[in-house]
Design a protein around this ligand. Structure first.
Ligand SMILES: *[C@@H]1O[C@H](CO)[C@@H](O)[C@H](O)[C@H]1NC(C)=O
Ligand SMILES: *[C@@H]1O[C@H](CO)[C@@H](O)[C@H](O)[C@H]1NC(C)=O
Ligand SMILES: *[C@@H]1O[C@H](CO)[C@@H](O)[C@H](O)[C@H]1NC(C)=O
Ligand SMILES: *[C@@H]1O[C@H](CO)[C@@H](O)[C@H](O)[C@H]1NC(C)=O
Ligand SMILES: *[C@@H]1O[C@H](CO)[C@@H](O)[C@H](O)[C@H]1NC(C)=O
Ligand SMILES: *[C@@H]1O[C@H](CO)[C@@H](O)[C@H](O)[C@H]1NC(C)=O
Length: 531
């Protein structure tokens, strides 16, 4: 599968033990990853379960907790997990992406250690190799504020995690064969909500229950392969309170768009007639929309949910304008206290001078009969040896070259692309502006591991330096994903203050890797970095 990986490399590194303060508690998990039969869309199929479940077990933790997960791989293929949006400061060894780690061989176990440092919010974990995420292995991560750190809303009566996304009945092995034969994944078969997809009017078990008068927090994550979703409740409004680790200005919404790889939380108050209501998730920008529902039941409620579902927002280009406008309403609550995503001080990010502008544009080309995606004319190919390990062992020149890619897109129509590991050398602590331009027909969601960035703008058309006057330089959300609509651009700003080699990628074109550790696989695992 074509990949669009930019590996951002930061210098100023030195090896040493990860400094863990004694007062930060440890949480231990033991996970058994195995195949099992589930029926997310009503058709029994083989899926990847963790401790027999899909979604997998929740990691419920607080800021600065140390997390230790011993993962037993009982699949017949190597398995690799990433902790999506968990910043693991200075510790990209545990990132679980193919440039930085080797997967866990079948029949063995590996223990991930990481710290959820200086962050709060809603996240998830998922497998990054062999298209495993199309078959499961996904679950929620909830990071609570530490005691004594005030949260900008009253404690909800309960806190519900909802893992949702498009779903294929084929399973990852068949999907992988499709891609390997040069075809695309095609249309998903449906949408799953916490591993189920209820039918309107069916005799459905409730997904969650609410007591009349009480307020509940729902944490939604779109964990799908490629489909943007719109989420809404029958008869209830949603108050947005958190998105990817930032407490937001608490606007009220009828429905919210949630793109692949994104999470948010809303508060919903059970203030309607006590009965059943549907939670609805429908696909966006698709010719034939897919819709899934789940039942939300009032305790002591009487009566089934109405079969009249709340309407989705408009589709097609009108829908993109709607969605962009909604994006602009997502603001950071500057007065809410929380773990700051960038404690090193890019809080007044609008006042920092930009030291580098990187414009990234993707393109699609055939190389030797295979479909390849490139960024600025370079199509990332991972090496057998994880790049970070090659660097650590002082043998990068044997494996890759730094800075093959320019900071500007290749001239349009360029068909010559370079297929090579794409590693960008970025000076430590510099403040950088990255413009993401989408010249393709499908929506992209970019994600940068190890960081939060300020999502300052999103517009249709082409970016020019004059567009900077439209940036939100005051209260843009600090987050770790950004979507880019077709024929549009999005701009992000960040301080590269988390040393290490980190992976930047388009979630939809997540590359496929199954290889083991290459030339360094028999060497001992080095200790994590600290700076
Ligand atoms: C893991 O799950 C597999 C399949 O259900 C089972 O055979 C195996 O005994 C389990 N291992 C552990 C350590 O629980
Ligand atoms: C999750 O952690 C919070 C804070 O420690 C606690 O109040 C809550 O009961 C936990 N929830 C679950 C489901 O374990
Ligand atoms: C594998 O699991 C065993 C038993 O829990 C544990 O002692 C060992 O450290 C684990 N190995 C790795 C590489 O994590
Ligand atoms: C922001 O957070 C503060 C502090 O908790 C809270 O009082 C205020 O209502 C929030 N503002 C908005 C607009 O959500
Ligand atoms: C930012 O750049 C402006 C114009 O070049 C300069 O006057 C100012 O001192 C710089 N600010 C900082 C904090 O470096
Ligand atoms: C990375 O950039 C820094 C300057 O920002 C330079 O000193 C260093 O040599 C570069 N490293 C590589 C491997 O290109």
């Amino acid at each position: 599968m074509g990949s669009m990986t930019l590996v951002a490399l930061l210098m100023c590194l030195c090896a040493g033990a990860l400094v863990v303060r004694a007062e930060d508690p440890y949480l231990f998990f033991t996970w058994n990853v195995s195949y099992g039969t589930i029926a997310p869309l009503g058709v029994p199929q083989q899926a990847i379960l963790i401790n027999g479940q899909f979604p997998g077990p929740k990691i419920n933790c607080s800021s600065n907790n140390n997390i230790v997960v011993n993962v037993f791989n009982n699949l017949d293929e190597p398995f690799l997990l990433t902790w999506h949006g968990i910043q693991q400061r200075k510790n990209s060894w545990q990132d679980g992406t193919p440039g930085t780690m080797c997967p866990i061989p079948p029949g063995t176990n590996y223990t991930y250690h990481f710290q959820v440092k200086d962050q709060i919010g809603s996240y998830y974990y998922f497998p990054t190799s062999s298209l495993h995420r199309a078959s499961g292995g996904i679950g929620p991560i909830r990071v609570n504020s530490r005691l004594l750190i005030p949260v900008p809303f009253d404690e909800p009566a309960d806190d519900y995690s909802v893992i949702m996304g498009d779903w294929y009945n084929k399973g990852h092995k068949s999907l992988k064969k499709l891609l390997d034969s040069g075809r695309s994944l095609g249309r998903p078969d449906g949408i799953q909500i916490n591993g189920k997809s209820s039918k309107v009017g069916g005799n459905n078990e409730p997904l969650f229950t609410m007591e009349p008068g009480k307020t509940y927090r729902y944490r939604f994550c779109n964990v799908g392969m490629k489909t943007s979703l719109n989420v809404r409740f029958q008869g209830h409004k949603m108050k947005l309170v958190e998105m990817e680790g930032s407490h937001t200005v608490q606007n009220v919404y009828e429905s919210l768009d949630l793109h692949v790889g994104q999470c948010l939380s809303v508060l919903v108050t059970a203030d309607q007639e006590p009965k059943d209501y549907y939670l609805v998730a429908s696909s966006r920008f698709a010719k034939t929309p897919l819709t899934a529902v789940a039942v939300i039941r009032y305790t002591n409620g009487q009566g089934a949910a109405s079969s009249e579902l709340p309407k989705p927002p408009p589709e097609n280009s009108v829908g993109i304008a709607w969605s962009m406008n909604q994006f602009r309403t997502f603001r950071w609550n500057l007065t809410a206290s929380a773990a700051r995503p960038n404690p090193q001080g890019s809080y007044h990010y609008g006042k920092i001078n930009i030291t580098r502008t990187i414009r990234l544009a993707n393109s699609k080309t055939q190389v030797e009969g295979k479909l390849r995606y490139a960024v600025n004319g370079v199509s990332h190919a991972d090496s057998e040896t994880p790049l970070k390990l090659a660097e650590y062992y002082g043998v990068p020149q044997k494996v890759f070259k730094y800075d093959s890619m320019a900071d500007e897109p290749a001239p349009e129509g360029t068909s010559n692309i370079l297929v090579a590991p794409n590693v960008v050398n970025q000076t430590f602590r510099d403040f950088v502006e990255i413009i993401l331009e989408n010249h393709e027909k499908t929506i992209q969601t970019w994600h940068l591991d190890g960081y939060s960035f300020f999502a300052v703008a999103m517009e249709p058309g082409r970016w020019t330096p004059e567009k900077r006057k439209n940036y939100n330089l005051l209260d843009a959300l600090s987050r770790h994903t950004i979507h880019v609509f077709p024929g549009s651009w999005s701009a992000i700003m960040l301080t590269f203050d988390n040393a290490g080699m980190w992976n930047m990628r388009d979630e939809y074109n997540l590359p496929d890797y199954t290889k083991l550790g290459g030339i360094v696989k028999d060497m001992p695992m080095p200790p994590p970095y600290s700076v």
